[in-house]
Design a protein around this ligand. Structure first.
Ligand SMILES: Nc1nc2c(c(=O)[nH]1)N=C([C@H](O)[C@@H](O)CO)CN2
Length: 117
């Protein structure tokens, strides 16, 4: 299956289990790989027939800002459901990194894969 992807999308949002984390914004870095038949758009050079990575990048940031949760697992699950149902995406792989969470690690995070290729 063809893919449309977004790599290293950095967003600032409120997320975390501890009370102090509810008072601040932290950086999340998102990688998104989405299954799509890109030949549909290529046939007549039409943006409307593909997944617009610019639009989806904005929606991801908006969704994270409107859904403050404790765990990045919860954000990943809810974001995957939202994107798959809004854009009729048959399969996706979503990685959410929280680079500031563990001071002696480059980053930490989760990766989920949903749907069928
Ligand atoms: N698997 C996870 N572990 C932890 C998470 C998380 O979202 N998933 N979150 C935290 C805290 O919010 C942490 O980021 C604060 O340092 C701890 N572990």
């Amino acid at each position: 299956m063809d893919k449309v992807f977004i790599q290293g999308l950095s967003i600032q949002t409120t997320i975390g289990f501890y009370p102090w984390e509810k008072e601040i914004k932290q950086t999340l870095v998102i990688d998104l790989m989405m299954g799509w038949n890109t030949a549909l758009a290529a046939e007549n050079d039409e943006l409307a027939k593909t997944l617009d990575y610019a639009e989806i990048s904005e929606k991801v940031a908006e969704f994270a800002n409107n859904n403050s949760v404790d765990l990045i697992e919860t954000l990943a699950e809810r974001l995957a459901n939202y994107l798959m149902s809004s854009y009729h995406i048959p399969w996706l792989k979503l990685t959410i990194g929280k680079p500031g969470a563990v001071h002696n690690a480059i980053t930490v995070g989760v990766e989920i894969e949903r749907g069928k290729q």
